[in-house]
Design a protein around this ligand. Structure first.
Ligand SMILES: [Zn+2]
Length: 572
């Protein structure tokens, strides 16, 4: 089950890290780190060689970390894998971060820094921004934050809910919200709500602690609030809070009415008197969607057919993953939930993890993670991690665009009815995405610019957002469940402010998709060219190379929504 160390496409050779180096040994890492810190840079050539050697060491450390994370998620019951992961995070990661800070300071003080030229422009910006908010006194607070927010995952992980007398995992129960039988959906919804309610006090207390801690981290860094800190921390160079607020307004103005109309049609076609929270993901299409595949082999060949239909090159690249054991797609007991694409840094190859059970949504996930994997492959030659990894806003363009390219080819891989239903579902979920991203993001802007607020005020603000962005949902009698339904959003606890990225990426990917419908060859070429830039250019340029405008304003949201609505009409 282990990932190979010898793929049939050789990774670039190591340049600094010696053979047999153990990146999990803090002493070994610190010894190499000290050697780098002692080395003088007399010329810009010295400095560049030094940066590439640091990149080499980073790659070794990231590879060790990544392989441990992957092993743990593939089998959460494997105590050896879990201990290896925890030990690495505890013993190595904090020391590594301190070492990186010392590298950064050396770099920023280097007289040769200005001569590096445009190739290193983005790295320079990245390192300067990191240093600007770095404070020694925050190192231990950030570790506290990690520990606290991990408690959220533990709490959710051990939670079981009771559905019609049967105990089940939250995820299993959530899948029942798509059931055609309304009674089953309602019971599932109430079971999930009861599960959250049982942990509500603990969750709110944990969240209060996180808010206070984050505020302290921000003020330590000399910033007025955590929003100001986190925007810098997430390297948001090309947009600020004002653009996010404009996005919330644009979603309210364009996406909410479109979704309201769509859901009103849905309500009528399902013959419901009102649309309740547990009716959101019920659809006539859902009923038409049978099983999409039986096992991993069938899913892989479905993926191959779709990627080939989009572009023969993608099928070839997907083949690298298939041949080298870089896929773990099917659900099985003991696997961590969710799906991801992770780069195996020593191989510079992607690895896709999923929990597929045979649903069409699993095909969509494979397209999504496939897009991330093509991004990893496209930047395989870039040795500096900061320059190979695109900003998150653009990483999700790579994945969401691949979903939309695939959508246009569903008919070549699926029976006609199913293809239509799956495409409808995907586009409908995109409308929901805009609404949910705006809700979560607007909530966070309020949370962190109102330090010291009371729990009651928080609940009230949240309820207002739910009414603003989902005015068509009838919550009568479920107000208490609504007041705490943000407790289900992991990002609020674990990755604060990291969410608007999905909205920005959706806007980019929908533009590329429109172009694809007019001129597929040009759209695929632009997509590939933009992926190959990795993190070497700023966001607006990455978008432009892909043939999209980097924007989150009214016209951008309006055009995206109009495109979805028009395509949904074609599919109806
Ligand atoms: Zn993704």
């Amino acid at each position: 089950m282990d990932i190979t160390y010898e793929p049939d496409v050789a990774p670039p050779p190591w340049r600094f890290v010696p053979r047999g180096f153990d990146a999990a040994d803090p002493k070994a890492v610190e010894t190499l780190g000290a050697r780098l810190l002692d080395r003088p840079h007399r010329s810009v050539k010295d400095l560049e060689a030094w940066l590439l050697d640091i990149a080499d060491l980073s790659r070794a450390v990231l590879a060790a970390r990544g392989r441990r994370r992957i092993a743990m998620t593939r089998d959460t019951t494997d105590a050896f894998a879990r201990d290896a992961h925890l030990a690495f995070e505890r013993d190595l990661v904090p020391r590594w971060h301190l070492l990186l800070e010392r590298f950064r300071r050396r770099y920023l003080d280097s007289p040769c820094r200005r001569e590096l030229g445009p190739r290193y422009e983005m790295l320079d910006r990245h390192l300067a921004a990191a240093q600007e908010i770095f404070r020694k006194e925050n190192v231990s607070l950030l570790a506290d934050e990690e520990r606290l927010s991990a408690r959220y995952s533990q709490m959710v992980g051990r939670r079981t809910v009771s559905f019609r007398g049967a105990a089940m995992r939250e995820q299993q129960c959530a899948a029942l919200l798509e059931e055609p039988d309304r009674g089953a959906r309602e019971d599932a919804y109430r079971a999930l709500a009861a599960g959250r309610a049982a942990d509500a006090q603990e969750t709110e207390a944990l969240f209060d602690e996180l808010l206070a801690l984050r505020h302290r981290i921000a003020t330590n860094a000399g910033l007025p609030d955590y929003r100001a800190f986190r925007f810098r921390d997430l390297r948001r160079f090309d947009y600020g809070p004002a653009q996010c607020v404009a996005f919330h307004d644009a979603v309210e103005r364009y996406a909410v009415p479109a979704l309201t109309a769509h859901m009103e049609e849905r309500r009528r076609s399902l013959g419901l008197d009102s649309l309740r929270p547990y009716d959101r993901f019920a659809s006539p299409e859902g009923r038409a969607l049978g099983r999409a595949f039986e096992d991993e082999g069938a899913l892989v060949s479905l993926g191959q057919r779709l990627f080939r239909a989009v572009d023969a090159g993608f099928e070839e690249e997907f083949g690298i993953l298939v041949r080298n054991g870089l896929l773990d797609l099917m659900a099985r007991p003991g696997k961590a939930p969710g799906g991801y694409n992770a780069e195996v840094q020593d191989l510079r190859l992607p690895f896709i993890f999923a929990n597929s059970v045979g649903r069409h949504a699993d095909v969509k996930t494979l397209l999504h993670e496939g897009g991330h994997a093509f991004h990893t492959l496209a930047t395989r030659d870039e040795p500096v991690p900061e320059l190979s990894h695109a900003p998150m806003e653009f990483c999700e363009v790579a994945s969401m665009t691949m979903e939309l390219f695939g959508l246009e080819k569903f008919e070549q891989a699926l029976p006609k009815d199913e293809a239509r239903a799956a495409a409808t579902q995907l586009l409908e979920h995109r409308l929901w995405l805009f609404v949910w991203v705006a809700t979560i993001d607007a909530f966070q802007h309020w949370l962190y610019t109102h330090p010291g607020h009371a729990r009651g005020e928080r609940a009230e603000f949240w309820a207002g957002l739910r009414r603003r962005f989902e005015p068509f949902v009838d919550w009568t009698g479920l107000e208490e469940a609504r007041a705490i339904d943000w407790h289900q959003q992991l990002h609020l606890f674990r990755y604060p402010f990291y969410y608007i990225e999905y909205g920005i990426a959706a806007l980019g990917s929908l533009q590329i998709w429109q172009r694809y419908r007019r001129d597929p060859a040009a759209a695929v070429a632009g997509y590939r060219a933009s992926l190959a830039l990795g993190g070497r250019r700023p966001l607006p340029e990455l978008f432009a190379t892909a043939g999209a405008r980097f924007a989150m304003d009214g016209p951008a949201v309006r055009d995206a929504v109009e495109g979805i609505v028009a395509r949904l009409r074609e599919l109806a």
